[in-house]
Ligand binder design. Structure first.
Ligand code: IMP
Length: 193
């Protein structure tokens, strides 16, 4: 079975392919001749994931799944949320984003936050969504060198290392994206067997 993963990030594609059952082959956007930017103009994480999956299905006729992720901070009413990548501006700098976040949270005792990933799957003309959440807190300074995005300031509940300090395997097990992907894989297995 072939299915498109609507991403231009080849590392993400490889990572997800490595945990897919062997009978599911992932195709990239390039593999199907999609070289344009897939639109993500919605104002929710769910909306963007659905928009991307439906765009590929409509324009290219392929079954497809797409993901979208955001960091939701309780005391900021869920911001940066769907705008996580460009929180501090269009330059999409992780350093600038974290600096802005830490400054917004100065003197705020409630540091609760969660990462949320939504995967939208368009399969056989039906739409399904899978949501993975990882709860934690924003610490007061950046710690760790691994990972990307907000990893150095995010301390997942029940752990004493930030996402940027822990091994990728552990992050994938407890993390938002890994949880959403496990649900997707479970669903695809059930659908096929
Ligand atoms: P995307 O939807 O996966 O492109 O993620 C949007 C933005 O959320 C990224 O640019 C990062 O700023 C942030 N982000 C997503 N996933 C993670 C993660 O696992 N760790 C830290 N930041 C993340």
């Amino acid at each position: 079975m072939e299915i498109v993963f609507a991403t231009n990030n080849l590392n993400k594609l490889k990572e997800v392919q490595s945990i897919m059952p062997t009978h599911i082959k992932l195709l990239s956007l390039k593999d199907i001749g999609c070289f344009e930017d897939v639109p993500e103009t919605q104002n929710t994480i769910e909306g963007n994931a659905i928009q991307k999956a439906e765009y590929v299905k409509t324009q290219f006729g392929h079954d497809c799944f797409a993901d979208d992720t955001g960091l939701e901070v309780a005391v900021l009413d869920g911001s940066p949320g769907v705008y996580s990548a460009r929180y501090a501006g269009a330059q999409r700098s992780a350093e600038d984003n974290m600096t802005k976040l830490l400054s917004e949270l100065q003197n705020k005792p409630n540091r609760s936050a969660q990462f949320k990933t939504v995967i939208a799957l368009s399969l056989n003309n039906e739409l399904h969504t899978f949501t993975g959440i990882c709860k934690g807190a924003i610490i007061e300074e950046k710690l760790g060198e691994k990972g990307f995005g907000y990893d150095p300031v995010f301390l997942p509940d029940g752990h004493n290392q930030t996402f940027a300090e822990m091994d990728l395997a552990l992050k994938n097990t407890i993390g938002h994206r890994g949880k959403a992907i496990s649900q997707l894989i479970h669903f695809l297995n059930r659908d096929i067997t």
